[in-house]
Structure formats: structure tokens, C-alpha cells
Design a protein around this ligand. Structure first.
Ligand code: GDP
Ligand code: MG
Length: 306
């Protein structure tokens, strides 16, 4: 490893894949690392198939975070595509960071990920998140148990929510990505195609409210993104489900559920675009789309043969 001293012209750059079960806090961590302004670059210039969720600059290092789809036991075709993409993200990355919810500990999902993570080349780090919910001695035991299972180059104990431990994590990453030019010019980072990010945000809110009731294959597309006068934007999105019964669930009684999802999504969108957001959500049934290769391409996923 080459030390860069202040005044040195050297830069560093690297892809960091955040791997973990759904709800361990991957998205929250990206937001904490990147800051309030979530940055995203066009999928066309991506070198990995996973979604780039944010880019942070720390000293002279450019840290590109890939928020992989949650890894879980795949049953259906789309689930398998998500898992495949998540793992290919891990393989393409320079550093693989495994996130574990410290409160949940090494549950079945974390166990399954640990078992496969050994095959990923390159440095691995362990991030115990949500330490605000757990007593210190339990954290140390958890860190030890995980490291016995699979040795990690470093272990961090953080709270993505409170920000505790984030600066340490960020400086470690900045010091450990490879020496080399930045992958994205600084001005390109903010030049964001926000449509796909907006769809992802709504999808996240949808699943946060309904993850028990909805199959993972429900999806969101941004149909309209229109800049309005007076620093406002009109966004129209369609939530696609597979059955009428699911459409009813998304709408909720008297439209309560869709309203709540829309309010959550709108709040985050306003933060990101820094403008007034008028968000319109539609729910449509699209039967059998889980078997349509085109949909997979739109989502940046490979279409598995079976
Ligand atoms: P993801 O599915 O891995 O992207 O997880 P999210 O970032 O969406 O987080 C899932 C839930 O955990 C959300 O309700 C977060 O607010 C919560 N969360 C994330 N990080 C922390 C943390 O450090 N402490 C606590 N208490 N909650 C957290
Ligand atoms: Mg997430």
C-alpha cells in the first residue's frame, strides 16, 4: 500500500459493494457515507452490473458504493436474478463489505451470505450496524464469532442511523482503495439521471410498508419527469403488481396505503432533488411480467434461463 501525504497529487479510487440481507441498513449507510446529496451515475457508464447508489469523496479518494439488492433465498426467477446481480456486484467490487444487523446477529440469512462470501476475491470487511440497539459485550462476541467463521481485513461497529463510527469507516476505505485516477469526473457525479433512482426510492418505500404481503417481483417505473416553473418537478410513476389482489393491498383501505407510500417517497425525493416534488403514483396489474426478459434489462438485471 502506498501512503499519500498531504500535497501529493496521487488519487485513489475503488468500488465498494455493500452486501447484506434486506433491512440490515445498506441504503441508510450509503446515505450516511455519501451525505444528503445522493449521487448516481448513468447505468451506461457503469462497469459493474449492480446499481451505483452513491459516490463519496474522502481526501483524495473516490469511493463508489454499490448498494446490492438484498441477498436472500431465491425461489422465483426474478429473485434469482437479483441474487445473481448482488453476487456479481460483490465479485466486481474492489472491497466487499458485509453488513450485519447487530441486533439480529448471525441469523439464517447472514449465515448463508457468510458461507458464500469466502469465494469472493479481494479484501472483505465486516460492518456491524445498528450498534445503537445493542450492548457492547454482545457486539464484541458477535464480531469474534463472525471473524472465526470468515476472517475479515477489518471490523467496524457503526450506527448508520446516528452516524456513529461512520468517519472511521470512511477513512479506512479511503486509505484502502487502490491508487489510481478517479473513475468519475467530479462534475459528472451530480449529473444524475434521477428517474431510475426515483423509481428505486418508491420501490423501497413500497417494500418497507408491505414486504410481508408483496412478492419481490413487484416493481416501479418512472413514466414522467417534468420540470415545472417555480423550482418544482412533477413525477409520475407506476407500481406494477401481478394480481388484482396485490393491487388492492398496495392501494389499501380508501387508498391509505398508497398515500402513505407516496408521502414517504415524496419526502426523500424532495431531499434529493432539492425542489418541490409533485408525485403521482399509479398501480397496475401486469400479469406474467416476471417472465419477460425486457423488464429485467430495464432493471439492469440478467435474465436467468430458468
Ligand atoms: P437495507 O434494506 O439493507 O437497505 O436497509 P435500510 O437502509 O432500508 O434500513 C432498514 C431499516 O433499518 C430502516 O428502518 C432504517 O431506519 C433502520 N436502520 C438502518 N440503520 C440503522 C441503525 O444504525 N440503527 C437503527 N436503530 N436502525 C437502523
Ligand atoms: Mg436498501
Amino acid at each position: 500500500m502506498v501512503e499519500i501525504s498531504p500535497g501529493d497529487e496521487g488519487t485513489r479510487c475503488g468500488f465498494i459493494a455493500l452486501i447484506g440481507a434486506p433491512n440490515v441498513g445498506k441504503s441508510t449507510l450509503v446515505n450516511a457515507l455519501v451525505g444528503t446529496k445522493v449521487t448516481i451515475v448513468s447505468p451506461k457508464v457503469q462497469t459493474t452490473r449492480a446499481l451505483i447508489r452513491g459516490i463519496a469523496i474522502e481526501q483524495r479518494s473516490q469511493l463508489i458504493f454499490i448498494d446490492t439488492p438484498g441477498i436472500f433465498a431465491p425461489k422465483r426467477r426474478l429473485d434469482r436474478a437479483m441474487v445473481k446481480t448482488a453476487w456479481s456486484g460483490a465479485h466486481d467490487a474492489d472491497i466487499a463489505a458485509l453488513l450485519i444487523d447487530a441486533k439480529r446477529g448471525i441469523d439464517e440469512e447472514a449465515e448463508a451470505i457468510l458461507a458464500r462470501l469466502g469465494d469472493v476475491a479481494g479484501p472483505r470487511i465486516l460492518i456491524l450496524n445498528k450498534v445503537d440497539l445493542v450492548a457492547k459485550p454482545n457486539l464484541l462476541t458477535l464480531a469474534q464469532t463472525a471473524n472465526e467463521r470468515l476472517p475479515f481485513a477489518a471490523t467496524f461497529m457503526i450506527s448508520a442511523l446516528t452516524g456513529s463510527g461512520i468517519p472511521d469507516l470512511k477513512s479506512w476505505l479511503a486509505a484502502n482503495v487502490a491508487v489510481g485516477p478517479w473513475h468519475y469526473p467530479e462534475d459528472q457525479i451530480t449529473d444524475a439521471p434521477l428517474r431510475s433512482l426515483a423509481a428505486e426510492i418508491t420501490r423501497e418505500k413500497l417494500f418497507r410498508r408491505l414486504h410481508q404481503e408483496l412478492p419481490y417481483r413487484s416493481t416501479v417505473e418512472t413514466d414522467v419527469w417534468k420540470e415545472l416553473r417555480g423550482d418544482a418537478v412533477r413525477i409520475e410513476q407506476t407500481i406494477y403488481v401481478e394480481r388484482e389482489s396485490q393491487r388492492k393491498i398496495v392501494l389499501g383501505k380508501g387508498g391509505q396505503t398508497i398515500k402513505a407510500i407516496g408521502a414517504d417517497a415524496r419526502r426523500e425525493l424532495m431531499e434529493i432533488v432539492g425542489k418541490t416534488v409533485h408525485l403521482f403514483l399509479f398501480v397496475k396489474v401486469r400479469e406474467g411480467w416476471g417472465d419477460d426478459p425486457e423488464r429485467y434489462r430495464e432493471m439492469g438485471l440478467d435474465f436467468p434461463k430458468e
